[in-house]
Design a protein around this ligand. Structure first.
Ligand code: GLN
Length: 485
């Protein structure tokens, strides 16, 4: 068996039945990273020795669990008490966290082997990974194109089989958008489902951790391990994790799939529109009822998100002052100068732009006109979803308007970059769950590029959403497609 050519669940079972050792599986992934990541830059840091030790502990029977021996990559904003946690920022280039994020700890307690940290847009701000202070990650399907962002490294790593699964974070689409552009499954669970303890905050009321995998079943397995209340995160929900979350093959009965005209814009790329239509047909064939739903406040999502997210970011990033945390200038003349220079040197352009936008929206005289009003509209967006979910079990829509764009194509135009998230941000604003699934490929400039299909579901019912997703996955074979490296 080739351990890099299977699903996470299959690999887990093969290790459990000793048809392959965890050490052999881990070594195969490490070799593959060595061979291919030079051209992709999905990893920032690889923990070769530690990973081999973890794998050996599994083989020696010292570690057991539902993920025993399975090699996983994590986004570089999840704290670990080993290695560096940098958020792909100069500000944290040398930061070594004193503790490990709950989500990562739960993976390790379940026996997962952590291969390394993946590249990202600085502080998770971006949709292309071009905002990384280190390097731009390349899309494995076409290395002239972006993998999406901000969790672009995690998406590229699993798409190229440089890990058996990876973990990212989604504040406005940062798991689902890169999953769509890289042709893998990416899920944002309900806000509060997975502890944010040890996730370096971008926008605390929106941030949510989630997995990237090749299959819905693999996503379910990772969610089962990571979800659940954590006393270390006061926003983590005390809602029990359903025992049947990994029973994804139980096809849901009396299924109602919602279609919202607000997501079916004429400006969608024709291949995206065709993939969405095909998904509708798959559900029709399955016997689902297709219902029209209205999400009338959809168009306010982007402006509301870029007020709420930047406001929270401006506050969260205040801690990086060169004293408490992060890069410290060596040129300061006094304390104020130390703060100013440390921040000016440590943060990249997009992060500075967000801090300025957010500070402005929160400042006296503007707070009511921007921040307060944005919160009111956020409530209306959430109400739209609550109303829609009375009439349907999930809303089917595209994840992005188009397949992956070229590196450099949008980097000088922040607004067109922000518009990447039109179909993803509202789910973060409302807090409900969303998943992007491989929806086939289209050929652009002679290269095959993946397209994503998205399902949005009500809060705290990931279990049903995954079963609904599995209906589509099992009717298509798109998830088996791999890029040629
Ligand atoms: N692309 C969005 C942004 O730049 C979303 C980022 C994210 O989800 N972390 O803010």
């Amino acid at each position: 068996m080739n351990p890099t050519d299977t699903t996470l669940t299959e690999l887990r079972d093969a290790i459990a039945s000793k048809s392959i050792s965890a050490a052999e599986a881990t070594q195969t992934y490490l070799n593959r990273i060595e061979a291919h990541d030079g051209g992709l830059h999905s990893y920032h840091e690889v923990y070769t020795e530690r990973a081999m030790k973890q794998a050996t502990a599994v083989d020696d029977g010292e570690v057991t669990g539902p993920l025993a021996g399975v090699p996983i990559a994590i986004k570089d904003l999840l704290c670990t008490d080993y290695g560096h946690t940098t958020c792909s920022s100069k500000m944290l280039a040398n930061f070594q966290a004193p503790y490990t994020a709950t989500a990562v700890q739960r993976l390790e307690d379940a026996g997962a082997v952590i291969l390394g940290k993946t590249n990202m847009d600085e502080f998770a701000m971006g949709s292309s990974t071009e905002n990384s202070a280190n390097v731009t990650t390349r899309n494995p399907w076409d290395t002239d194109r972006v993998p999406g962002g901000s969790s672009g490294g995690s998406a590229a790593a699993i798409a190229a089989d440089l890990c058996a699964a990876s973990i990212g974070s989604d504040t406005g689409g940062s798991i689902r958008q890169p999953a769509a552009l890289c042709g893998v499954v990416g899920m944002k669970p309900t806000y509060g489902r997975i502890s944010r303890y040890g996730l370096i905050a971008f926008a605390s009321s929106l941030d949510q951790i989630g997995p990237f995998t090749h299959t819905v079943a693999d996503t379910a397995l990772l969610l089962k391990v990571m979800m659940g209340h954590d006393p270390l995160d006061s926003t983590s929900a005390s809602v029990p994790v359903p025992g049947d979350i990994d029973q994804v093959d139980e096809a849901p009965k009396n299924l109602r799939i919602g279609i919202a005209k607000e997501y079916m814009s004429d400006s969608n790329d024709p291949a995206v529109a065709a993939a969405t239509q095909q998904a509708i047909d798959v559900y029709k064939d399955h016997g689902a009822q297709i219902v029209e739903v209205d999400l009338p406040h959809t168009e306010y999502g982007i402006p509301v998100y870029y007020i709420v997210a930047t406001a929270e970011a401006s506050s969260n990033l205040a801690r990086f002052d060169g004293v408490h945390y992060g890069h410290r200038t060596d040129k300061a003349e006094d304390l104020i100068d130390l703060y100013c220079r440390s921040r000016a040197e440590g943060f990249g352009d997009e992060v500075k732009r967000r801090i300025m936008l957010g500070t402005y929206a929160l400042s006296s005289g503007y707070y009511d006109a921007y921040y307060d009003r944005a919160l009111k509209v956020r409530r209306l967006i959430a109400n739209d979803f609550d109303t829609a979910f009375k009439d349907c079990d999930a809303i089917l829509c595209p994840t992005t308007t188009a397949p992956a764009f070229k590196i450099g194509e949008k980097s000088d135009d922040p607004l067109s970059m922000y518009l990447n998230d039109v179909y993803t941000v509202n789910c973060n604003l409302a807090g409900n769950a969303g998943i992007s699934l491989p929806g086939g490929t289209t050929v652009v400039d002679g290269k095959e590029l993946p397209i994503g299909v998205q399902l949005l579901g009500p809060s705290f019912d990931e279990s049903r959403l995954l079963k609904i997703a599995r209906v589509y996955e099992s009717a298509t074979n798109y998830y088996t497609k791999r890029p040629q490296l």
